[in-house]
Design a protein around this ligand. Structure first.
Ligand code: HSE
Length: 438
């Protein structure tokens, strides 16, 4: 049988990796897919540029619309990123009856509902394994491997750049800005690194995971997003003294009143496996009611790890090219007419435990004032550390761990604590999750 012809949009890091993997493993891939797969067309902004892959045999163009309109191309692989041109191209490809494979998390998180509806109408597939956690097959694991479970919650380290920064701060006592510069130089960071450090990239990925875990439409705008830019070396050190690590987590949780969808720095017990996922590696912990906790670990970025996911999606598409569109695995794991309208909870309604750090005058009665305010809000304290002021300083650092409480109550308590004359500057607040099976 004639090989399936693939058109690539974007020949950068992941595009180059995809060409290399498809060529190097062509025989193994054909044995799996049932026929050969060839990249025959590719669009790139600069076709004369030096590449990490051999482009001989590939028809190159600077016009990506030429590729999506080419009648010989059956599968479009979108690797240009962003959600404007990529959106237009993907919609055009679907209109032209082509299957689409994409690594574009922003595109799926923001426009996925519309894209999947268009694809369903046209009877084509849109596969997006590479959009979340690079090479880790987490979409397939949740959508297919855990299909018998009611998913209760998931928590993931789904941005390699942020994890690299936090790891270096902890291991080497380095400052945030210094590590971010290195992450950019190493090519881990997004084109706009605020997407990494402010949690936007992780929120794109979390939106996708929550949708396939709970059978809800994609709702990126409802996700709470908080970055890691305010985490200090002191916080990393105090967390360690308390037996915790600080990780930038994406958390999606089913509760009785709705779904929590939040990205923020989080203290997690250092004995958890996921607390030991360091550097640019990603990991996603998924709790199913039948299976219990399951953990998926691997490279979340990079040319060949991401290509691994892209190529797996291409193989999936090739395997079902001739199947009845009605009988394929649904894009968002649940049948499109069976998605639920369970609300996403506001952050004020989320319940979690907290780490608090404040600068307090070194005088009698200060701690009593703080604990009274917390007590009035029904917040109980699990641990307190007080650090004597440095010889040339007047204020002591007070660090507290609290039990779980509704976020609104904690916000009210912090606002009151900050009005005390004896408390200086803002109170640092970091959420704490035990990630335990119960
Ligand atoms: N900037 C992303 C990260 C790339 O650091 O994880 C992979 O999505």
């Amino acid at each position: 049988m004639k090989p399936v012809q693939v058109g690539l949009l974007g020949l950068g890091t992941v595009g180059g990796g995809t060409v290399n993997v498809l060529k190097r493993n062509a025989d193994e891939i054909a044995r799996r897919a049932g026929r050969g797969i060839e990249v025959t067309h590719a669009a790139a902004r600069d076709i004369s540029k030096q590449r990490i892959c051999d482009t001989s045999g590939i028809q190159l163009t600077t016009d990506p619309f030429e590729v999506v309109s080419n009648p010989e191309v059956q599968i479009i692989v979108e690797l240009i990123g962003g959600d404007s041109l990529a959106y237009e191209l993907v919609i055009k490809a679907i209109e032209n009856g082509k299957h689409v494979v994409t690594a574009n998390k922003a595109l799926i998180a923001k426009h996925g509902n519309e894209i999947f509806a268009a694809a369903q109408k046209k009877g084509v597939m849109v596969a997006f394994e590479a959009a979340v956690a690079g090479g880790i097959p987490i979409i397939k694991a949740i959508r297919e491997g855990l299909a018998g479970n009611e998913i209760q919650w998931l928590a993931g380290i789904i941005n390699g750049t942020g994890n690299f920064i936090l790891t270096e701060m902890r291991d080497k006592g380095r400052d945030f800005d210094d590590v971010l510069k290195e992450a950019q130089a190493l090519g881990y960071a997004e084109a706009d690194p605020t997407f990494d450090v402010e949690g936007i990239d992780a929120a794109h990925k979390l939106t996708i995971l929550a949708s396939i875990a709970f059978g809800i439409p994609l709702q990126f705008d409802a996700a709470y997003t908080e970055g890691i830019t305010k985490i200090t070396r002191d916080d990393v050190g105090y967390a360690e003294q308390l037996g915790y690590r600080i990780k930038h987590l994406g958390i999606a949780k089913r509760t009785q009143s709705g779904i929590e969808l939040r990205v923020h720095p989080t203290l997690i017990p250092e004995r958890r496996l996921i607390a030991n996922v360091d550097g640019v590696m990603n990991a996603v912990l998924v709790m199913g009611d039948a299976v219990g906790p399951t953990l998926y670990y691997g490279a979340g970025a990079g040319d060949e790890p991401t290509a691994s996911a892209v190529v797996a999606d291409i193989v999936d598409v090739v395997r079902v090219l001739t199947s009845d569109p009605e009988n394929r695995v649904p894009h968002l794991a649940f049948q499109p007419d069976a998605l639920s309208d369970t609300p996403i909870l506001s952050m004020n309604d989320v319940e979690t435990a907290y780490y608090l750090r404040m600068q307090a005058s070194d005088k009698p009665g200060v701690l009593a004032d703080v604990t009274r305010i917390l007590g009035d809000q029904g917040i109980s304290i699990e641990a307190i550390i007080q650090k004597e002021p440095a010889p040339d300083m007047e204020n002591a650092s007070v660090i507290m761990l609290t039990h779980k409480v509704q976020e609104q109550k904690m916000n009210d308590a912090i606002a009151q604590i900050e009005t005390l004359d004896t408390i200086h500057d803002k109170v640092t607040r970091i959420r704490v999750e035990t990630l335990s099976a119960n």
